[in-house]
Design a protein around this ligand. Structure first.
Ligand SMILES: C[S@@+](CC[C@H](N)C(=O)[O-])C[C@H]1O[C@@H](n2cnc3c(N)ncnc32)[C@H](O)[C@@H]1O
Length: 265
């Protein structure tokens, strides 16, 4: 059996068990996970550092985001929404790409901000005031019978728009636009966009958003799609791919289910 030779060089192992989308029996799911881990023996230590959440089960990873107090804090805080805790790997990637894009000309967009979780993370980590950039948040802030997007719990309660406004009240660089994308774009979309996070669970609206945003990205401008790689939402991937078919760019599917587009020229 292979052995790890230089144990001194190994980081401490990290483990994270979060949300399991679609699991009817969480207990059975995690018992199965432990059973899989128990089958590893070459070397068996590889099971020590493992992650099971957000439709991903991986082992033998450094899990850098669990070593960063900022992201570990989000994942561990019981006051945070379970989904926001379980999607911590996605949030870590989002923040990284946002930091990189902040060096490019243009403003930032959150297209589908819901309660403002991911927007709030970027407000804490990107110095918008110093960069002189604005951050535009778009959302319907409601769900009505027949709407194609998910009927997430906070959309069904009145007052979501007011709560999100209050959440960002001390951030003068944030503008919040209420109503359906793309109808809310004219007059509100910046001429140049350094970074957009598109997360509407709504194929038609996402395609319309990309159509409007893509021409405004400078070289190096970035779009992160939250749902691009999710098979159960694959109408979104198909709609976005159709919009980009006549450009020189395409979206990279990430293991987290997100999609990444960095404009080439
Ligand atoms: C999954 S949530 C966004 C979560 C958010 N990005 C976060 O992680 O904090 C999807 C949001 O997209 C919004 N949405 C769906 N279709 C929309 C449309 N056509 N225009 C504006 N917002 C839309 C919904 O109201 C919902 O709040």
């Amino acid at each position: 059996m292979a052995r790890i030779r230089n144990r001194r060089d190994l980081l401490s192992p990290k483990r994270f068990f979060g949300t399991v989308s679609g699991a009817k029996h969480h207990g059975r799911f995690f018992a199965g996970f432990e059973s899989m881990m128990g089958a590893l023996e070459n070397p068996e230590e590889m099971k020590f550092s493992a992650f099971a959440s957000d439709s991903m089960v991986v082992w033998n990873r450094c899990l850098s985001f669990l070593r960063d107090p900022f992201f570990r804090g989000i994942a561990d805080d019981p006051n945070n929404d379970t989904k926001d805790r379980g999607t911590i790997w996605r949030t870590y990637l989002l923040e990284y790409f946002a930091q990189v894009a902040s060096g490019h000309p243009g403003d930032f967009l959150e297209v589908g901000c819901y309660q403002g979780h991911t927007a709030s993370v970027l407000c804490q980590r990107v110095d918008f005031a110093k960069l002189g950039k604005r951050y535009h948040l778009f959302d319907l802030f409601e769900w009505n019978e027949g709407d194609p997007h998910l009927d997430l719990p906070a959309l069904l309660e009145p007052g979501l728009y007011e709560r999100v406004k209050a959440r960002f009240a001390d951030k003068p660089f944030v503008s919040i636009h209420r109503g359906p994308v793309p109808d809310t774009f004219p007059g509100n979309l910046p001429d140049q966009i350094a970074f957009a996070h598109i997360d509407m669970n709504n194929a038609t609206a996402e395609a319309a958003a990309v159509e409007a945003i893509y021409p405004r990205l400078p070289k190096g401008g970035t779009i992160v799609f939250d749902d691009y790689g999710w098979w159960m939402l694959s109408d979104q991937k198909q709609a976005v791919d159709r919009v980009l078919a006549n450009t020189q760019d395409c979206v990279l599917e990430l293991p987290t289910g997100q999609g990444l587009l960095i404009k080439r020229g």
